[in-house]
Ligand binder design. Structure first.
Ligand code: HQG
Length: 183
């Protein structure tokens, strides 16, 4: 993806996940906004984006961060919101185990209080070790935690999956966590 499109992607993340009001937008249920409103808001902020650029960001995003609705009129961020939004994702039974990539400096706190959603709406869990490693690596040397989702589900915890394959849950208490053996 070109540097310009990365900049556009970051701009979209900022306003679709965190500060829609700063662009004059109100997220509809599901996190949707009219593409026309978004492009108008961007132009008003002196950051004009063409429709073609927007479509290319959606299509080329390595993690499928954004989605366009079936009519082609609305866009949303698939996950990662800090602003209030109802993503309307159904509860889904998780696979027996999921992964969470983090870094060593958070471990004491994680063993004490479990995985917390911090600034996001949900705790994010990865479907496989490779994805969790990438998530952890954003902050330094990755540490991978295994999450006993089979036991969590048996104990009544619920899970949802975003359109781009990230697993979401409210909180993972420490008893369901252990360090993954990494080579
Ligand atoms: C840590 C990116 C202390 C947690 C990625 C993480 C992912 C705690 C950080 C997505 C804690 C929160 C989400 C506790 C959790 N004490 N630290 N009790 N509980 N933490 O970015 O999961 O590029 O909000 O380990 O690829 O790292 O945005 O969550 O290190 O999919 O699309 O607190 O963000 O995707 O960090 O990443 P984040 P995350 P995007």
């Amino acid at each position: 993806m070109s540097q310009r499109l990365v900049t556009v992607s970051k701009f979209l993340s900022k306003y679709l996940r965190h500060e829609p009001q700063a662009l004059g937008l109100v997220l509809e249920p599901g996190g949707w906004v009219l593409i026309d409103d978004l492009l108008a808001g961007a132009a008003e902020q002196s950051f004009p984006i063409s429709r073609d650029e927007l479509m290319r960001v959606v299509a080329e995003s390595d993690k499928q961060r954004f989605a366009i609705d079936e009519a082609g009129l609305r866009i949303r961020a698939n996950q990662g919101h800090s602003t209030a939004v109802e993503l309307q994702l159904p509860d889904v039974a998780p696979p027996p185990q999921l992964y969470h990539g983090t870094v060593a400096k958070f471990l004491d706190s994680i063993w004490a209080s479990g995985l917390q959603k911090m600034n996001r709406h949900d705790v994010h869990l990865s479907p496989d070790l490779a994805t969790a490693t990438k998530v952890g690596e954003r902050r330094g040397k990755p540490i991978i935690l295994l999450v006993d989702t089979a036991q969590m589900a048996a104990d009544g915890f619920t899970f949802r999956r975003s359109e781009n394959g990230v697993w979401l849950t409210e909180h993972v208490p420490p008893r369901y966590l252990r360090l993954a053996e990494t080579s």
